[in-house]
Design a protein around this ligand. Structure first.
Ligand SMILES: Cc1ncc(COP(=O)(O)O)c(C=O)c1O
Length: 466
């Protein structure tokens, strides 16, 4: 029996209090490795709180490796030597997020979404910026509407029409400084009292964003078609956050039958789906897949995309498309907020899109990434020891999965690879439920390497397997 007492008046959310307590018990060996924790329902009843709160705490403990789940059996304490390094609790930045955002010193980085300087259209951008400053001086110094300047929203709307076949009114588009900021706005708009569900595996920052903004968030397993509908049916989810056209990091595409099941789920009651279309521009194989937003008849899908991948992750400009009822509420409640993107960048980006440079840039980058990908795959699969590896999810975009036939634990292999000059992340870092993660599988993110790096990558990889 756990003997914790919750301080309901403390400023610390209840799930964090449970998390801290159990973590402490594990670290001090009061809870022994292998011992069974109370079920979520039993602990919730004992503490007089909701099972979702316990679920959040258990989810956090699982993601950090303090406990693990056994199918149809319950939750158990992990052996301490198997623990992942603890994440900083206040903003709980995941290992993944740290890897993505921090410089890694020397070596070739196959773990980040950054791009090379030669990939950014600097000369066109600076020309457009100079022209904007010469011709739009009074507009540049006029306050932007909350949702962004109209020319940028018009340009995004026409891009969505031509690129994604989405007939969207510019009035539905909200521009903001990165998707993280837009998620925060959405939490305010839809409510902190709702249960937000994200994909497992998935973009690890999401759980932290939802939880740090005071909302309950749990992850649900995906199967080969995307989010599992049976898992969805087993929780009282209000808002489902998914990437159906190009799942990150597995590249899985949710087929149309599953999409309609998800839309039917959302159509009833006060439910929403957040469709994260990240990286969709760089799906390099196969036909474009219609967005969930474009087949939604019930105004329940919120579409999200970012210029982080299509231009640069440091540009910090993203947008969301709101369905009509949410848009009306947004305008009613939030038009006092200032736009988080500078007018200088907004007008420059608007010209970049309007004048066709964005489309040309994407086409150029797709071609160059396609070639790079082919070269990298060819180098890996034609290596004399190629039978020690397997390439999975060939159809995904600027990353693919690499399965390595080895007995080495993933962390040891990551270390060896790092010593040999490459930074590669195991797929398990993208899982909340580490026990469910396929072993010896790595996410190869190749957007920041050049063809000249390929030989080094293959040499270092196979050397690390010796
Ligand atoms: C699925 C997904 N969505 C969104 C983002 C980032 O968006 P932004 O840079 O606009 O915050 C990432 C970044 O890795 C991602 O993996």
């Amino acid at each position: 029996m756990l003997t914790l007492e919750l301080g309901k008046s403390k400023n610390i959310p209840l799930y964090q209090q449970i998390y801290q307590y159990i973590k402490q018990e594990v670290l001090t060996h009061r809870l022994k490795a292998g011992s069974r924790l109370p079920s979520k329902r039993a602990l919730a009843a004992q503490l007089g709180i909701s099972t979702i709160t316990v679920e959040n705490a258990y989810g956090q403990l699982m993601s950090e490796g303090y406990i693990y789940a056994k199918l149809k059996s319950g939750y158990y304490v992990s052996a301490l030597e198997n623990l992942a390094p603890p994440a900083p609790m206040a903003s709980a930045v995941s290992k993944t997020a740290q890897c993505i955002s921090s410089p890694k010193g020397t070596g070739i980085d196959l773990s980040s979404n950054s791009i090379l300087p030669q990939s950014f259209p600097f000369s066109i951008w600076s020309r457009l910026l100079r022209r904007t400053m010469a011709e739009k001086q009074s507009l540049l110094l006029t306050k932007s509407p909350t949702a962004g300047i109209l020319p940028l929203r018009q340009a995004i709307a026409s891009h969505l029409m031509s690129f994604r076949g989405m007939p969207v009114s510019p009035a539905q588009i909200i521009v903001g400084a990165g998707t993280e900021y837009l998620y925060e706005l959405l939490i305010k708009l839809i409510g902190r009292d709702k249960l937000y569900c994200v994909e497992d595996p998935g973009y690890q920052k999401l759980q932290h964003i939802y939880r740090d903004n005071g909302a309950c968030c749990i992850s649900l397993p995906i199967d080969h078609k995307g989010i599992s509908v049976s898992a969805l049916g087993s929780v009282a989810c209000d808002v489902l956050h998914i990437s159906p056209s190009h799942h990150f990091p597995t590249g899985i595409i949710t087929p149309v039958s599953r999409r309609y099941e998800l839309l039917a789920w959302a159509a009833s009651e006060q439910r929403y789906i957040i469709e994260d279309d990240y990286d969709t521009e760089f799906r390099l194989v196969g036909k474009p897949i219609p967005s969930l937003f474009s087949i939604d008849m019930s105004s329940k899908v919120i579409y999200m995309n970012t210029f982080s991948k299509s231009l640069a992750s440091t540009i910090r400009i993203s947008y969301m498309v709101l369905p009509q009822p949410l848009l009306e509420e947004f305008n009613r409640r939030f038009n006092y907020l200032s736009s988080t993107v500078s007018t200088f960048e907004q007008y420059t980006l608007a010209s970049f899109i309007e004048q066709g440079y964005f489309e040309r840039h994407i086409n150029r980058m797709r071609n160059s990434y396609k070639k790079l990908r082919q070269l990298l795959l060819r180098a890996l699969t034609s290596h004399p020891e190629h039978n020690r590896i397997e390439i999975l999810q060939q159809a995904s975009g600027l990353y693919f999965l690499l399965k390595i036939h080895t007995r080495l634990p993933d962390a040891a292999l990551e270390d060896r690879l790092r010593q040999n000059g490459i930074h590669l992340q195991a797929l398990q870092h993208f899982y909340q439920n580490r026990q469910a993660a396929p072993k010896h599988t790595f996410v190869v993110n190749y957007s920041s390497i050049t063809p000249n790096d390929i030989q080094k990558v293959t040499d270092a990889l196979f050397k690390s397997l010796k």
